[in-house]
Design a protein around this ligand. Structure first.
Ligand SMILES: [Zn+2]
Ligand SMILES: [Zn+2]
Length: 445
């Protein structure tokens, strides 16, 4: 069994005194604090390399931490080890007769599964085992935070609500289809792990968390851009890609008050499975059919050709069940060039990730937005050289990324990120070389 130290919990009596030591005397950095109301505890996070210290302060006399301090005085409260497979770890401990507090994994904060081992079995130390993605956790509230956005921590980044934005007369709704976890090295290409890992911490399997955020545009027609992963994939696929779809596109559309029949147009940035998977569904009879039966599905002809003539390097990304049924149902509309597909919505080829990848520019009453797709998948990919290893033509990505950011800056455009786990929309601040992103909160609460 492999385990990584996630954090060490320390019960403190007086947090000011504790900070005087950990922060002032040792010179460690306080990353923030979080109140856990159910435990009557406030946790203060202190970064220590890849792990963290968690200073635990009771907020009420009946808090477990208050009782602990009364009984034993301040000191080490627990250690948390991150494991790959919590159920397997517990099974292994059980066969060895180790006394457990939790026989089964139970939900912890932020998508993690946790279980405690009894201190009597662990030589006097309360040990928490944890399995979970590199999501923000109480020990790591900064996971995924980009250094270009100091202090930016959305209130509840993983709550997955739709986010509404207004661009002139057009309403944009950033939807969600859950998360996948992709190899961090592949996500950041030539950028050394020593640079990306502190910014976007990987999980125990080296993967980073990516959201899938299709976009809904309501104007003269109702348009969906990309549709996430969908639910046709098997358990092995879901394990490899760390698929988490506790809430998904069905929930998001319902939240937006949109039925599948209401979608007039579906646009594909490209046909990779995390964008086109939701274009089709498997029905009760096991047949795969288009998910939006009234929609015209708009795909670039070049991308369609590539998807239907794959080679060893791109084959894993294209799954025919995601797009062939569209042609069979007569719903496919191939476009050759950059085109306006409804008033205010224009497709523009932004090659690099794939040869015919496209981004979608949105304009109404002088206001602009751009849905970037995989040209710049997350805010961490804004710096010029931060280009995915998945990209087939990385130098093209570089050229088109620079152009798009330049244009976005000139137009003060809202940038819509499809894969950022925290930020759905942001604006460019500053110019090339010193460019930063300023997250834009949605219009809805
Ligand atoms: Zn892609
Ligand atoms: Zn993608």
């Amino acid at each position: 069994m492999k385990a990584w130290l996630d954090h060490v919990g320390i019960a403190v009596n007086d947090v000011a005194e504790a900070l005087a030591f950990y922060r002032d005397a040792l010179g460690l950095e306080i990353e923030g604090s979080e109140e856990v109301a159910s435990q009557r505890v406030r946790a203060h996070f202190v970064r220590a390399g890849a792990a963290a210290l968690e200073l635990l302060e009771a907020t009420a006399a009946d808090s477990p931490i208050a009782k602990y301090v009364d009984r034993r005085g301040p000191g080490l409260h627990h250690i948390t080890l991150r494991v790959d497979d919590l159920a397997a770890a517990l099974a292994r401990l059980k066969t060895r007769g180790i006394r457990l507090i939790d026989e089964q994994p139970r939900p912890g904060a932020e998508h993690a599964q946790v279980a405690f081992i009894h201190p009597s079995a662990a030589h006097g130390v309360l040990v928490e085992l944890k399995q979970g993605p590199a999501a923000p956790t109480p020990a790591d509230p900064g996971a995924g935070r980009h250094p270009d956005m100091p202090g930016f921590t959305p209130p509840d980044p993983f709550s997955q609500r739709i986010q509404r934005f207004q661009v002139g007369d057009l309403e944009l709704i950033s939807l969600y289809d859950g998360y996948i976890h992709l190899d961090g090295g592949a996500m950041f290409g030539i950028i050394p792990r020593t640079l990306w890992a502190p910014r976007v911490p990987p999980d125990a399997r080296g993967r980073v968390t990516l959201a899938m955020r299709p976009l809904l545009i309501r104007g003269s027609r109702t348009m969906l851009i990309d549709a996430g992963l969908g639910d046709k994939e098997d358990a092995r696929f879901c394990d490899i890609y760390g698929v988490e779809r506790a809430t998904h596109l069905e929930h998001a559309l319902a939240e937006a008050g949109i039925t599948a029949d209401a979608i007039d147009v579906v646009v594909a940035t490209h046909l990779h499975f995390d964008h086109a998977g939701g274009f089709t569904v498997r029905d009760a009879a096991g047949r795969v059919r288009p998910r939006f039966p009234r929609a015209q599905y708009v795909v670039r002809r070049g991308e369609w050709e590539v998807a239907n003539h794959t080679h060893e390097r791109n084959r894993a990304s294209y799954r025919p069940a995601n797009f062939l049924p569209l042609a069979e149902a007569g719903l496919l509309s191939l476009v050759d060039d950059d085109a306006t597909v409804m008033p205010g919505v224009r497709l523009e080829r932004t090659p690099g990730h794939t040869a015919h990848h496209q981004s979608i520019w949105i304009e109404s009453r002088g206001q602009h937005a751009v849905f970037i797709g995989d040209l710049i998948p997350t805010t961490a990919h804004v710096p010029e050289a931060w280009i995915m290893g998945y990209d087939l033509y990385p130098v093209d990505t570089l050229v088109h990324k620079k152009q798009l950011l330049q244009t976005a800056e000139e137009r003060a455009a809202l940038l819509l990120f499809e894969h950022d786990p925290r930020v759905a929309a942001a604006r460019v601040v500053g110019t090339a070389g010193r460019r930063t992103m300023e997250p834009v909160p949605p219009a809805n609460p």
